[in-house]
Design a protein around this ligand. Structure first.
Ligand code: PBG
Length: 324
């Protein structure tokens, strides 16, 4: 006779609901969006359902997400080639594309949490997150530029600035610059543990921001490492980060778990462009069910320990969760 029957806890939807350990809600999600000068929308071939949007369409799309319960968007600008240079100075332009987009969003949707990306790559003629000096990315030349960029974004109205560049010491420099600019309430979401990953491919298509030469392995982490993330996390905590980010998502669930166990700070995870593209491509071939795979992926990231999930599927997920 079998006396121990774990299946009893799965016997009905009601029982399964009572014993469910992890929750997933629209309130956990952040929708990344691409903005361009426009006019209109420019589709991104490798990211079905996403396009570079002009500021007006960006506001529309953000409203759609917000009304479905998604509290936040993360913005990435596609900058015209003519405005790119080695130091990415267009990022500081108070009336540049990104700053205009932030102002438009905050005036149309004041309660939407607007997150901006701090890194040179969309603005850099070299396609790198930092300044290239003699063929290497110069950390200390880059950090003051990042601090100025974060201030420009905060002055435009960004609620959260998210340095994704992986330079050493940038969180502390950004915190000091924000405080000196009279922006002590602007949060820093640090991409603390960002790997040199091939899963960013579709994102780089979207922004036309792939490195012109070389790769990002001297600043982004080696996918082989996990203990190294503890050091990144400790430094970001000391420097004043408000949230910690792990990126990419599913292949790095063990890293999300590790970070959530060592820090009291909220942990965000980025379900990146390549992860979204894989699900879309398989679904378009009739090989997998996009909706189910998306919800399962996001639930697994929550189970791994993520509080906040950046996902290109935020609108789809919010709709599905409403129906469920
Ligand atoms: C660059 C940045 C990247 C992503 C977010 N910020 C790409 C990179 O590091 O090359 C990737 C996001 C995605 O793939 O969805 N600062």
């Amino acid at each position: 006779m079998i006396s121990n029957r774990p299946r009893r806890n799965r016997v009905s939807a009601g029982v399964r609901g009572l014993v469910r350990e992890t929750s997933l809600a629209a309130s956990h999600l952040v929708l990344p969006l691409f903005v361009h000068e426009g006019p209109g929308a420019h589709p991104i071939a490798s990211m079905p359902g996403h396009a570079r949007l002009d500021v007006e369409l960006l506001v529309q799309k953000s409203r759609e997400a917000f009304e479905l319960g998604v509290p936040a968007v993360a913005l990435f600008p596609a900058i015209a080639d003519g405005l790119k240079n080695p130091r990415g100075t267009e990022s500081l332009n108070a009336s540049g594309l990104l700053q205009r987009a932030v102002r438009a969003l905050k005036s149309a949707l004041p309660e939407l949490v607007v997150i901006t990306d701090v890194a040179l790559d969309p603005y850099s003629s070299d396609g790198h997150d930092g300044v290239l000096v003699d063929d290497r990315i110069d950390n200390d030349e880059t950090v003051p530029l990042l601090a100025k960029m974060a201030v420009a974004q905060a002055l435009a109205g960004a609620d959260v600035v998210a340095p994704s560049d992986m330079m050493d010491g940038r969180v502390g420099a950004i915190r000091r610059a924000l405080d000196e600019a009279g922006k002590p309430d602007v949060l820093i979401c640090s991409y603390s543990v960002k790997y040199a990953s091939a899963f960013y491919g579709p994102f780089r298509d979207a922004l036309d921001s792939a490195p012109r030469a070389g790769d990002k392995k001297t600043y982004q982490m080696d996918p082989a490492n996990v203990r190294e993330c503890l050091r990144e996390v400790r430094l970001d905590e000391q420097e004043g980060a408000d949230w910690l980010m792990v990126k990419p998502g599913l292949p790095y669930a063990d890293v999300v778990r590790a970070v959530s166990e060592i820090s009291e700070l909220p942990v965000a995870v980025y379900h990146v462009s390549g992860e979204y593209a894989m699900l879309k491509a398989a679904a378009q071939n009739g090989w997998m069910d996009f909706d189910k795979c998306l919800i399962e992926s996001l639930l697994c990231l929550r189970r791994a320990g993520a509080d906040i999930i950046f996902t290109y599927g935020a609108i789809e997920a919010a709709r599905l969760l409403k129906k469920a």
